[in-house]
Write a protein that binds this ligand. Structure first.
Ligand SMILES: O=C(O)CCC(=O)C(=O)O
Ligand SMILES: [Fe+2]
Length: 198
């Protein structure tokens, strides 16, 4: 008997939740202005024996001792939480029940700033971390795919929250690709757990 393949074209089930209206426009605007004044750094990354600038600016705030090393070359030492950042952390915890000890900021200055396909699986976050990502400023495309599968696109809007649930970093990769469209500054804040610290 012939069998019908149901759901073959259906939307994949992804280990993420998206809240487009997480922040009011007023709060999102205020936070964007606050974030522009954070301590942004141009870090260098080493890939295949070559050192090059990270294609975006970065900053890190969090609990003392929660140092963060990624790609075996970029070392980030958290500055003390600012009040707006710790308030935002607490709002995300109230919604999701996930706890966070650091926030890493990314500033995409133009469409040429980006982050390539990766998973956030640094040991310092422990096993199966939940990562919560707040977007401010210009809207950019965020893509997520199973390690050998097809990508799904999200347009991360000003004031939105995207939560990557525990397990997501083992099964999926994500990226914010470069774009030739004219886009101005976008700031992204990724709240993360950490197993170290004091
Ligand atoms: O900018 C984004 O939306 C994603 C940032 C990201 O994936 C990261 O910081 O690991
Ligand atoms: Fe990431």
């Amino acid at each position: 008997m012939q069998q019908l393949t149901l759901f073959s074209e259906s939307t994949p089930v992804l280990p993420v939740s998206y809240y487009p209206d997480f922040l009011t426009q007023e709060l999102a605007n205020e936070l964007y202005q606050h974030c522009l004044k954070l301590e942004w750094q141009q870090n260098q990354i080493r890939i295949a024996g070559k050192t090059m600038p990270v294609p975006r600016l970065e900053c890190i705030y969090g609990d003392a001792g929660c140092d963060y090393l990624y790609s075996n070359s970029v070392f980030l030492k958290p500055l003390t939480w600012t009040e707006p950042l710790s308030n935002l952390r607490d709002r995300i915890t109230a919604l999701t029940s996930y706890k966070f000890r650091i926030v890493i900021g990314n500033q995409y200055r133009t469409g040429m700033d980006s982050i390539g396909w990766h998973a956030d699986n640094e040991q310092s976050m422990g096993i199966n971390p939940a990562i919560a990502s707040v977007s401010l400023g210009s809207c950019r495309k965020f893509q997520i795919k199973p390690r050998n599968g097809k990508a799904t696109d999200f347009w991360l809007e000003h004031g939105s929250l995207l939560v990557m649930h525990p397990g997501c970093q083992s099964t999926h990769l994500h990226q914010v690709p470069k774009t030739n469209k004219v886009v101005s500054t976008r700031i992204n804040l990724t709240f993360r757990p950490h197993i170290g610290g004091r």
